[in-house]
Design a protein around this ligand. Sequence first.
Ligand code: KG4
Ligand code: ZN
Length: 349
Amino acid sequence: MERKDGVGHPILGIESSCDETAAAILAPDGTILAERVLSQIADHAAFGGVVPEIAARAHLAALDAMVKDALREAGLGFTQLAAIAATAGPGLIGGLLVGTAYAKGAAIAAGLPYIAINHLEAHALTARLPGLAAAQPAFPYLLLLLSGGHSQCVAVEGLGRYRLLGTTLDDAVGEAFDKSAKLLGLPYPGGPALEAMALEGAPSIALPRPLRGREGCDFSFSGLKTAIAQLVAEEPPGPIARARAANIAASFQAAVTDILGDRLSHALAMCPSATAIVVAGGVAANKAIRARLAEIAAQAGKPLIAPPLRLCTDNAVMVAWAGLERLRAGATSKLAAPCKPRWPLDSLA
Ligand code: KG4
Ligand code: ZN
């Protein structure tokens, strides 16, 4: 193994763009040697959402010990790495600064290349991690990113080549789940709680399906959230009856499922050469949504690749993998590379 090109050695990836602190080490062939993730949900739950300052301080408190712990598990020191990759955007600036400053400092100290990773690119490339899908998806493939911060439909045409087919015009899909769940009195993050409640009810309430049938594959969820707010406001004062809340939850989930299914069908028409459909983001954990997307993929004769949940939600394995792909392509970053709280995927080329 020769250190000069870096490619023959493991890579360290760091994620700190939102409310997960994560570190992972991958072998040159993509094998996961160590992975760590620490969710800050408990730190933010009392506030009903992520508080940026609390997030940044929590990353700072956890990151160094986490990286050293991962290195220990992998049996490596910093100087045995090929490179250090860290999420540099998009995300909350405080957390991005913590992760990238740590990565740059360690890279300088150990004489390694630094690689600034776009968080969305990391989600987009995860499906190519060896062993994850029956076959590594070839470019181009479709990515449906459904998280608390992002709702995007992207044609992944190559490393660094992403064509944005559609995005949300207002709330992200996970945000719509969280806000609707909150209206129903469910705890944060509301997606899993709302899904569980939906199982007790029936989709018996008529709700809007914003943008369904419209050209393109943009999303809109705020009208749906407003509809839920109105339904809740019409209820008698006091906690909402469980059976009623369950019907509202089921109806909300059915509406989101219809919207996403419709948007995916449009995306397939916009990228007919797609070799596969990849879903990522926490909302991809939703069984009803997954089942609908699988149905549409099967109809189109394309495989649906849904990485295991821990690789679907924010993690550092995806950052390390994107780093490996970039390292192989010779696309390392300058130490002066800035953090970018806003960093659209289609600006990477
Ligand atoms: O990808 P993710 O972990 O990261 C962030 O965006 O930070 O996504 C979290 C989002 C939250 O909005 C959460 O409510 C939603 O994913 N989510 C779900 C489910 N599990 C997580 N939404 C619907 N159904 C679920 N089972
Ligand atoms: Zn993410």
